[in-house]
Every structure is written in structure tokens, then in C-alpha cells.
Design a protein around this ligand. Sequence first.
Ligand code: ADE
Length: 232
Amino acid sequence: MKIAIICAMEEELNAIIQGLHLETITKEYSRLTVVYATYNGHELYLVLCGIGKVNAAIHTQKLINGVALDYVINVGVAGNLAQDLDFGDVVIAIDLVHHDMDVTGFGIPLGQVPRMDVFAFPCAKDLLALTDNIRSADCKIQQGRIASGDQFIDNRAKAQFIHREFNALACEMEGAAIAHTCYLNQIPFLVIRSLSDKAGNEEGQAIHSYEELKDMAAMRASFVVKELLVRM
Ligand code: ADE
């Protein structure tokens, strides 16, 4: 199968290359640089999309235009919004919302993209089922909602608000945009994120924790990707 693995940052992409011991070659598709490798009989198209939702959507669309993909997987780190999860635990998205989409003035629920037929973009059920029995001695692996926005969340009130409002386990800055792009292109997708910080639930610690733990968290997410690819 042709599988895209999209990461926002080099640290996240390198964790995939190292964790899966990939031998890579660089290719160009619709003027997009792609790191190509094979793994377990699959063709992997690794893309560094940059930070934020616009970067994520544009890179995803460019890759979709250039390659007939079977699946898109977004992998990386996220802020923890859940009480019962810890640094390095992995959240596999059931679905994703844009937490910063706000057209509430028109009576539209926060997060809803106006005139779209879904509130949250649903991840591929077959891939979710394959992740059901992935276990790690090092971390919890939990399915749930992920909320994305063009904001690094380092504020307890904001983190608690996103958790309560959307029932989201984690927050990050690309997943919903990649999900949204795949949804419109009818390409099944999954988002796998490991928790690098508490998104401000412990005052002022998110940036520090993120800097310190993002490489460890990226490796945990990469482990789950590896286990998934073995099962596909
Ligand atoms: N990615 C990792 N931690 C994050 C946070 N606290 N907010 C947004 N994106 C993140």
C-alpha cells in the first residue's frame, strides 16, 4: 500500500526514520520534497509539512495530488488535556476537531466548520481497529478525540476549556487540518500523537516540558506507527 506519513517537525520525522530503521531516498512530487522508503511491503511517503494548520493542509494536498495514496498517517507530539494520561503516553485519534474554528456568533457550535457535513473528522475505522491490541511496556496507548488549532496551548484555563468543550484528550496544531484535507479527498487517515507536555495544566511548564520531552515523545509515537505498519 502507498502510505503517507506526515510530520510537522524534523524531530518527529527523524523519530520515524530511526524507529523503523528506514533506508530513505528523496523524491519530488508536484514540487514537494518527499522522503521515500519501503517497510513491510508498503511504500512510505514521508513529508515534513511545517507547523500549523495551513502548512499541514497545503502539504497534504500537494502529496495527494502527486501520489495515489491509500492512507495518510499524521504522527508527532501533542499537549496532554487528560487527567489520566502522562508524558510519553500515546493518543490515537478517533476523530479530530478545529478547536479554534469560531462562528458561534451565527449560532454555530464552537469547532464546527460552517456548512460542512461533519463536526469532527473521523479517522479510518480499519486502522483504528488494527491499533486496538498495540501495547507498550513504556506507555499507555489510548484512543480518543484530538483538538487542533493554530495555538501552542500553555495555559491551564485554555487547556481545561478545550478538554471540556470538545472532550479532547490532546491538543496540537496540524491533525485536524490533515484530517480535513483527507476527508475532502476521501482518503482514509489516522493521527497518532505522543504527549510532550501538559498544555499548561501545570502553570508555565508546557514550553519547558515540550523542549525537554519532545524527542522521547516522538519516539513513542514512532513505536506505535511501526506496530501499526506491521499489522497492515
Ligand atoms: N504540540 C505539543 N504540545 C502542544 C501544545 N501544548 N499545544 C499545541 N500543540 C502542541
